[in-house]
Design a binder for this molecule. Structure first.
Ligand SMILES: Cc1cc2nc3c(=O)[nH]c(=O)nc-3n(C[C@H](O)[C@H](O)[C@H](O)COP(=O)(O)OP(=O)(O)OC[C@H]3O[C@@H](n4cnc5c(N)ncnc54)[C@H](O)[C@@H]3O)c2cc1C
Length: 298
């Protein structure tokens, strides 16, 4: 139902091939263009770090360093451009991401589509009791709920068509259509702000419908920037940050003793090399972790 649709290839009017993922029954995400790649990010960064760094750090290490330390501007050198078909209520959330450039289908110039988003299956859930902005347990009356959705969609489309037949301007007539009506847009954003978008909209707190779009967009972008995406997942998407108070708690209750006595643990089970291997950390990351957990602030 969500974005777990098969990835397909579509051919545009000029014969170019692009990847596409269908989202829900009627929507889609097409990746129509990208600018740059992992190396482009590295090249941009080398302007600031110079040749000296090249000897010691490979592309992956440098990109991971940039992501880890929020040196974000090299990621802004690359761009991704999509063609999206999505319900207007999802578009309203998408449009909040001001750093993207977009151009949307015009309901003033053209007739709006006769297509509406119909939630199905486990998308039909009751209002959450713990989160005012979310869904809760499964709703048992799915058929009756869908009947209500369709009833409004049919009536709204009939009214829209009647108003057009009365020669009311399209820009006014569309006011009768619900936000489930499908629209289309071209959406372009640089890689840094794309990651910011994905962090917010693929998160479990985001509405499930936009999450499906965000997940599908990320799935298409990932093969184009594999190293950047790996770093994004590791240091941003799947990472957790701790407040100062939480850090104090961790230090005092969980790792305080270990950190205090770190130097003492030099046996085979507990030395830097073993830990680096076990947790896939570079020597530099290990040092940074020690600094984070130590009582001295960096
Ligand atoms: C789970 C969730 C729930 C939400 N609920 C609501 C809601 O109830 N109501 C609502 O209105 N919105 C809601 N939003 C939208 C949210 O408040 C943001 O508008 C949206 O996520 C875009 O984020 P952004 O501003 O960081 O992104 P972008 O607009 O892409 O901006 C990226 C970054 O650029 C910088 N930036 C961009 N423009 C400016 C500017 N003018 N001034 C200063 N810095 C700027 C900021 O650092 C910003 O983080 C919700 C979003 C999420 C993910």
């Amino acid at each position: 139902m969500g974005s777990e649709q098969l990835e397909t290839i579509f051919v545009d009017e000029s014969g170019d091939h692009h990847q596409m993922i269908e989202v829900h029954e009627l929507g889609f995400v097409k990746l129509i263009d990208t600018m740059g790649d992992d190396e482009e990010v590295e090249n941009a960064a080398r302007i600031s770090y110079g040749k000296g760094t090249r000897k010691v750090s490979q592309t992956r290490n440098l990109i991971r360093y940039l992501m880890r330390h929020k040196h974000t501007s090299p990621f802004e050198m690359c761009e991704v451009k999509f063609h999206l078909k999505l319900p207007i209520f999802v578009m309203r959330q998408l449009v909040r991401h001001r750093t993207a450039n977009l151009n949307e289908y015009s309901g003033r110039y053209s007739e709006m589509s006769n297509e509406f988003y119909l939630p199905q299956g486990d998308y039909l859930q009751k209002q959450s009791k713990t989160n005012n902005q979310g869904r809760g347990e499964d709703h048992p009356k799915k058929g009756a709920l869908q009947f209500e959705f369709n009833r409004i969609y049919d009536n709204a489309m009939m009214a829209y068509q009647t108003l057009l037949e009365e020669d009311l301007a399209k820009e006014v007539s569309r006011a009768v259509l619900p936000v489930a009506n499908y629209t289309e847009c071209i959406w372009k954003v640089d890689l840094h702000n794309f990651f910011h978008f994905v962090r917010l909209r693929s998160d479990s707190h985001a509405q499930r419908e936009i999450r499906d779009y965000s997940d599908a967009m990320y799935e298409l972008v990932k093969p184009k920037f594999p190293i950047c995406c790996e770093a994004f997942e590791d240091y941003v998407r799947d990472s957790v940050t701790f407040s100062a108070s939480e850090m104090e708690f961790i230090r005092d209750c969980v790792v305080g003793d270990i950190i205090e006595e770190w130097a003492r643990y030099t046996d085979e089970e507990f030395n830097d090399e073993v830990l680096q291997g076990k947790y896939n950390l570079s020597k530099r990351e290990m040092n940074e972790l020690k600094t984070k957990l130590s009582k001295k602030e960096n």
